[in-house]
Design a protein around this ligand. Structure first.
Ligand code: DGL
Length: 255
């Protein structure tokens, strides 16, 4: 009997992780995926470490039950607060975890003033502070974007514009790099640029996708044949399912 194909599970507090998913399927189109959107617990950004760890543990259990042997934490907040404990709890599962692309600034644009945008949870996390200390360019502004991921999740265009205008205006002409430290933020790059002008964005997703591919290759886990994408939402929100596939499609057209 043919062995059931193992899947890659990807999760976020909602549909933001679609920006990670997009980079992954671009280079791994033959894999089978389950994307899990946890709209029920959205947002993660202001939850305690304990709450996040409990939520993530439940999602991981669910994805393991669905035959996922590799799990991508496509949420910076979840990753910064729960990746260590998840790796300890599930040693047989390969966890690939996103983090704000601050090291990329160090590698490619160290001398430029930098704005890091992330949730409050990510910014307060030990994991992010280790990263910041290690790669600090001494020209870095930190902005915890309280409430922004929720607005993106709900597709509130006008509110997003207002929010960015109100909070980012002070960085206009002061920063050249912007680290998109939440997986929802690549969806609003244009709007950020409308306020900040031409800045260079740093997004950890393409790097993560390459890393995932290397890991699967090394472990001889790469699939062949047609790939499949399944979408699940913790509240069965049809609107999230629709938006997820729409965004994936749109991103594909933009390249
Ligand atoms: N997309 C998430 C992140 O990367 C979480 C946003 C939230 O739920 O607050 O941090």
């Amino acid at each position: 009997m043919e062995k059931e194909r193992e899947k890659i599970g990807i999760f976020d507090s909602g549909i933001g992780g679609v920006t990670v998913m997009y980079e992954i399927i671009k280079i791994l189109p033959k894999e089978d995926y389950i994307y899990y959107s946890d709209s029920k617990n959205n947002p993660y950004g202001d939850k305690t470490e304990e709450q996040i760890q409990k939520i993530c543990n439940n999602i991981v259990q669910h994805l393991i039950d669905k035959n996922c042997k590799t799990i991508v934490i496509a949420c910076n907040t979840a990753s910064s607060k729960a990746k260590n404990i998840l790796r300890k709890t599930y040693p047989k599962i390969e966890f690939i975890a996103i983090e704000p692309a601050y090291k990329m600034v160090y590698d490619y644009a160290f001398d430029k003033p930098t704005l890091v945008m992330a949730t409050k949870g990510t910014m307060e996390s030990e994991a992010f502070n280790i990263l910041l200390k290690k790669y600090n360019n001494q020209k870095t502004y930190l902005f915890p974007c309280i409430g922004l991921a929720e607005k993106i999740e709900q597709g509130k265009e006008q509110e997003i514009k207002q929010y960015l205008k109100m909070h980012l205006k002070i960085y206009q002409n002061r920063v050249e790099n912007v680290v998109l430290g939440c997986t929802h933020y690549p969806l609003i790059q244009k709007q950020i640029q409308e306020v900040l002008g031409q800045v260079q964005f740093f997004n950890g997703a393409p790097q993560l996708a390459k890393h995932l591919k290397n890991v699967l290759k090394k472990k001889n886990l790469l699939n062949q044949g047609e790939g499949d994408i399944e979408f699940e939402d913790s509240q069965n929100l049809e609107i999230n399912k629709k938006r997820f596939y729409e965004i994936l499609n749109e991103m594909g057209k933009e390249g």
